[in-house]
Design a protein around this ligand. Structure first.
Ligand code: PXP
Length: 246
């Protein structure tokens, strides 16, 4: 497939809705309702991160979403035997393997594909055997992209956090790093996604990289939803990534 030949996809991460729910330990706000609202706004997939410490998304959320949403579920997860086992049983359409640290506020960097290489290879193989599309969340580094292709992943998700945090010339450099990683990934037959720290402004320059076929965005959309509602917040972002207009 030629890059960006079909409209770009938007994956909406709704972990923050679960964070709000967990703050009071009850059922509000409903993660399922959030997913359905995101679908109404045009989300092409729903992403949830089932963390080992279960700080926001719970196992029951994963099962309920799998039963009740219409678009694919993208399960973000660490390379933890416990969570891999759950994914193999639940069989979401997609998983994205991410690094996970107990004390981080959010995913801080990409997965180092050279660390726990065998375990990673086995997990990817087992997940792909169940027809789950496996994406690897990596920093925009050629050696990581090459390794993702060697492992046989379906996709890479390029960590855009450093780009989002950088300013001026440094941001331009980060953009170049993302562009070359995306071009290499495409050349190697990987589907290229991008995410982390993206918002209603900093997503625009990434639209000039046609190899990026999917954006996964959470915090900025859920933050905007506080003021305009989730379905509108999603549709505004969808318009940006599909038409380049805000
Ligand atoms: N993609 C991945 C792999 C992530 O870990 C996260 C954060 O959970 C996101 C995308 C979304 O990042 P943000 O919430 O900053 O939009």
């Amino acid at each position: 497939m030629t890059p960006a030949a079909s409209p770009r996809k938007l994956g909406v991460n709704i972990d923050h809705v679960a964070t709000l729910r967990q703050a009071r330990g009850g059922n509000e706000p409903s993660v399922l309702e959030a997913a359905l609202e995101a679908e109404k706004g045009g989300a092409d997939s729903i992403t949830v991160h089932l963390r080992e410490d279960r700080r926001h998304i719970q196992d029951s959320d994963v099962w309920e979403l799998l039963k009740k949403i219409y678009v694919p579920l993208n399960l973000e997860m660490a390379l933890s035997p416990e969570i891999v086992k759950i994914a193999l049983k639940a069989r979401p359409e997609k998983v994205c393997l991410v690094p996970e640290k107990r004390r981080e506020l959010t995913t801080e960097g990409g997965l180092d594909l050279f660390f726990k290489r065998e375990l990673l290879g086995r997990a990817v193989e087992a997940l792909m055997k169940k027809k789950i599309q496996v994406s690897l969340f990596i920093d925009p580094l050629a050696k990581q992209v090459l390794e993702a292709a060697r492992i046989g992943a379906y996709a890479i998700e390029i960590h855009t956090g450093s780009y989002a945090n950088a300013r001026g010339g440094k941001r331009e450099k980060e953009l170049l790093r993302i562009r070359s990683a995306a071009q290499l990934g495409t050349k190697l037959g990987l589907r290229v996604h991008a995410g982390h720290g993206l918002n209603y402004e900093n997503t625009f320059p990434l639209l000039d990289i046609p190899e990026i076929l999917e954006f996964n965005i959470g915090h900025s959309i859920v933050s905007r939803a506080v003021f305009v509602g989730l379905s509108k917040a999603v549709s505004e972002m969808k318009k940006i990534i599909t038409s380049g207009k805000g």
